[in-house]
Design a protein around this ligand. Structure first.
Ligand code: AMP
Ligand code: GLY
Length: 423
């Protein structure tokens, strides 16, 4: 089969790496891709959000299957558009991707189907929002309704900070349309765990749990980022908690979306908080998390293409999804300054040495004219190691990362080793 992957980060590199191993895959393309992806797939210079151009390219070039990995094209209906043009595609329709694209939609869904989550209220007017914050007190969480590059959530420690956040979204136009509606919710406490699950509209296969590290600096300090590293599985996610999540959260969510006429085909991301009252949903995403994807897919022992096909056709119950009895750690090597401003175009050395004991997924790289690998983004690389247990995986990832160098390179030194309760 000829397969096109839409996207160009570490997640898409990990998907390409896993699909390249499938005997079902003859040709692999990635749009827009990046410097590392170009070693295993042909990169096509089309922006991930350009639905029209992407569909035209897939049709013209006779793609047999398209994997839509990032949130924006999913919310824009790229899967719907591919299917309408006769190109089979992996990922939720826009109607199902709304679980990520609208927080108020997913909160209403959870309420209706009794899926545990933080108590909340939705507002489009400032004055009632301010009154609600005043009445509830702090800490309290203010969220923009729509997609805001992961920056639309304020966990406010004071009533004043919460009011300021609500004001900036509802009256100040921060996040534009995405912030014209806000969800204000109870602040939960406990460790956070991510569980990704393959879904085929009706059945679900949960992947090993994982844990992202969203803050920029050691000790979970500093600004939020897209993620500075991930481990899988999460030591906090015991078999008892897993069984409870399956019964109280995962199966009810898939059934709820089906009942609402929005069957979910693709990867459903459960952002969970293990609160003193049991596991609760912090958020849903409609796709693989990044960098969680790099750690989790490193543990897959089955054919990813076969799983993707089954997710689309509703036959996930007929494929075996096997996982290595091992652990994985993905360290993000970032450009100094990220998530603020940073330089680009610096040469990267040590990739070959690091690649001997780990898989180095590229997130923000490009090839220079002479074929040299250059930095080209905030998150540059995801150095991913697998080991018999978490300690071995973490040590392996740090040992491999020690070979790599580029100007202003920054990484956290405590991925998988810090358990600071939230908030
Ligand atoms: P979200 O984009 O909804 O995942 O929120 C980003 C981060 O904000 C989460 O990973 C949590 O650390 C934090 N957060 C979101 N909602 C809550 C909540 N209700 N209580 C405590 N922390 C939260
Ligand atoms: N790592 C978090 C996300 O992909 O949303």
């Amino acid at each position: 089969m000829n397969v096109l992957i839409v996207g160009g980060g570490g997640r898409e590199h990990a998907i390409a790496w896993a699909l390249a191993k499938s005997p079902k895959v003859d040709g692999l393309w990635c749009a827009p891709g990046n410097g590392g992806i170009s070693a295993i797939a042909q990169c096509v210079p089309i922006a991930a959000t350009d639905v029209e151009a992407m569909v035209k390219w897939a049709v013209d070039n006779q793609m047999d299957f398209v994997v839509v990995a990032p949130d924006d094209p999913l919310a824009l209906g790229m899967v719907d558009a591919m299917e309408a043009a006769g190109v089979p595609a992996f990922g939720p329709t826009a109607a199902a991707a709304i679980v990520e694209a609208s927080k108020s939609f997913s909160k209403t869904l959870m309420e209706k189907y009794h899926i545990p989550t933080a108590k909340y209220k939705t507002f489009t007017e400032l004055d009632p929002a301010l009154a609600y914050i005043e009445a509830q007190g702090a800490p309290i969480v203010v969220k923009a309704d729509g997609l805001a590059l992961g920056k639309g959530v304020v966990v406010a420690q004071s009533v004043e900070d919460a009011k300021e956040a609500a004001r900036s979204m509802l009256a100040g136009g921060k996040f534009g349309k995405a912030g014209a509606k806000v969800v204000i919710e109870e602040c939960m406490t406990g460790p956070e765990v991510t569980v990704l699950a393959f879904c085929d509209g009706e059945h679900l296969a949960a992947m090993p749990s994982s844990q992202d590290h969203k803050r920029a600096y050691d000790g979970n300090q500093g600004p939020n980022t897209g993620g500075m590293g991930a481990i899988s599985p999460s030591p906090n996610y015991t078999p008892e908690i897993a069984a409870r999540c399956m019964k109280e959260i995962f199966l009810p969510t898939v059934a709820a979306l089906k009942a609402e006429g929005r069957p979910f085909h693709g990867v459903l991301y459960f952002g969970l908080m293990l609160t003193p009252d049991g596991p609760k949903v912090v958020e849903y995403n409609a796709r693989f998390g990044d960098p969680e994807c790099q750690a989790v897919l490193s543990l897959l022992d089955s054919d990813l293409m076969e799983i993707f096909l089954a997710c689309r056709s509703g036959t996930l119950d007929q494929v075996e999804v096997r996982w290595k009895d091992a652990a994985a750690c993905c360290l993000v090597l970032a450009s100094g300054g990220y998530p603020g401003s940073y330089g680009k175009g610096y040469p990267i050395t040590g990739l070959e040495e690091a690649g001997r004991t780990a898989v180095v997924f590229h997130a923000g790289t490009r090839l220079g004219e002479d074929g040299a690998v250059l930095t080209n983004g905030g998150r540059v690389l995801g150095v991913t190691a697998v080991g018999p247990d978490l300690d071995a995986a973490i040590d392996g990832a740090y040992a491999a990362a020690a070979h790599i160098h580029f100007q202003d390179m920054y990484l956290r030194t405590d991925i998988g080793r810090v358990w600071v309760p939230n908030p």
